[in-house]
Design a protein around this ligand. Structure first.
Ligand code: PA5
Length: 463
């Protein structure tokens, strides 16, 4: 295990009555063990195929690395078309592991194609993308697990047409890789008919649990990232998720602490990385936590309306925006810090003798400053009796990122099991998808269109 978890500030000893008493672990031992067993017994089954992803057959991984690595070598740009779980995994990992200004680097320093993750259908964004892409050297990974998502299919239609116009049909086909469920869905059928290269997402791998499937791995290989090291890190988290002793099982432990916190009115979970490279990890976490745990009914069909609203913050930036609220606002939050012990570079604050001020900063490093500020925020929260815990990454690399992703997925699955809900469905999202189909006139959605039209806003309440 590469990661370290400090949960002192979740406990009463540190933050008084807002915290959790040590005896809660014993009191809830049966519930914790039942949740652990539910998740572990279902590994590889139903919607838990994601548990097997770190252990994918080596031959499959080798083929993916070789094919996508070759694409990455000839591509000037690699464009991901996808949304939700089909975008946030690749985005968060690539942002963590690539140079922070990757796309602006000259080609010889980049050593990989520029990356664009297009997860919206804002017309201006599409037009802007077309303004900067040279289609002759741009390769596209169209990702949709269901193969039906309007946003991704429309992006595909626009860009495939543009490619054909620019390169001709035969060449255009070679610029597209499709990641979808094999044998099912509109995109799969199109990909088969057009002869695109296809990678499969396992039937039991849901969008937000798919980052370690080809949904993420195709891009990681194209960008020259160490896919095998990432899977190794993920396997470490999978191993520690097996631990029966909750105090040795970070995913189970922090799931329990969050569920207890929710019971005590902590309805907001803030993820606050103190590293720009991990900024988009908060987006990944927010989707995973929100879509998995925000549910109307529990598994017994009882109306429960559970969930903890995730929020993202960036240290130190949001110290000057959010932390006032976190320390003095309502007692409704748990803040999780992501701390990096060893940054990939050291920047010294110059000891400029000509500036006769700021002596306390001179000669220190930004590395010291950012970590001092993180500790200072942790101190301020603790002093104000606010629940918080810290996940330490020794450094940001493929192994630690792989472990962090898998930890988040197990933590979510354990929390869902403790809440006795279906962690892996998203009926609220599906409702919106169906309404979109209806409004765009997709056949088979006529009744839905009537329902949508009937819900049209009353004019009386519009000014
Ligand atoms: O986690 C999920 O299941 C969703 O957020 C999906 O990833 C998102 O709706 C996109 O779906 P699809 O990959 O089918 O296009």
């Amino acid at each position: 295990m590469y990661l370290k978890f400090d949960y002192n500030n979740m406990m009463q000893e540190a933050i008084g009555k807002e915290g959790i008493l040590p005896k809660e672990f014993d009191k809830n031992a049966a519930m914790i063990e039942a949740a652990r067993k539910t998740v572990l017994d279902n590994r590889g089954k139903g919607w838990q195929e994601w548990c097997d992803l770190p252990f994918a057959p080596e031959s499959e991984i080798d083929e993916l690395i070789s094919y996508c690595g070759a694409i990455g070598k000839k591509a000037e740009s690699f464009v991901i078309l996808g949304i939700g779980g089909s975008a946030l995994g690749p985005l968060s990992v690539a942002s963590a592991l690539l140079h922070l200004h990757h796309n602006e680097l000259p080609k010889e320093k980049r050593n990989a194609p520029k990356l664009y993750v297009e997860d919206n259908v804002d017309p201006e964004r599409m037009a802007s993308l077309l303004d900067v892409l040279d289609l002759k050297t741009a390769y596209f990974n169209v990702i949709t697990k269901s193969g039906e998502t309007s946003e991704t299919l429309s992006q595909f239609l626009i860009l495939y047409s543009a490619l054909k116009k620019e390169l001709g049909e035969e060449e255009a086909k070679k610029h597209i890789i499709v990641t979808t469920t094999i044998g099912k869905g509109t995109l799969y059928n199109v990909a088969q008919a057009e002869g695109f290269k296809i990678y499969g997402v396992g039937k039991g791998v849901g969008g937000r649990f798919s980052v370690l499937s080809p949904v993420g791995l195709v891009a990681f290989a194209a960008l020259g990232l160490d896919v095998k090291a990432m899977l190794k890190g993920a396997a470490e988290a999978a191993k520690s998720a097996e631990e029966r002793d909750v105090k040795k099982n970070p995913a189970l432990l922090t799931a329990f602490l969050q569920v207890k916190a929710m019971e005590n009115g902590k309805n907001i979970s803030v993820l606050m990385p103190y590293a720009d490279s991990l900024k988009f990890m908060a987006d990944f976490y927010c989707q995973l936590w929100a879509e998995s745990l925000g549910k109307a009914e529990n598994l017994n069909g009882k109306t429960v309306h559970v969930g903890q609203t995730p929020a993202k913050a960036l240290g130190v930036t949001d110290q000057h925006s959010q932390v006032q609220l976190y320390t003095e606002g309502p007692f409704d939050k748990v803040v999780t810090f992501l701390a990096v012990e060893d940054f990939r570079t050291t920047v010294v604050i110059s000891d400029d003798k000509t500036v006769n001020a700021c002596d306390f900063l001179k000669g220190h490093t930004l590395n010291e400053l950012i970590n001092a500020e993180r500790k200072a925020t942790e101190f301020a929260l603790k002093k104000a009796n606010r629940m918080n815990f810290t996940i330490y990454l020794p450094s940001v690399n493929e192994q630690t990122v792989g472990e962090l992703l898998m930890y988040f997925m197990y933590q979510t699955a354990f929390a869902g099991a403790m809440l006795n809900i279906d962690t892996f469905n998203q009926p609220g999202v599906e409702e919106g998808k169906k309404a979109t189909f209806a409004m765009l006139g997709r056949s088979g959605y006529e009744a839905k269109l009537e329902e949508v039209n009937a819900a049209v806003h009353k004019k009386d309440y519009i000014i």
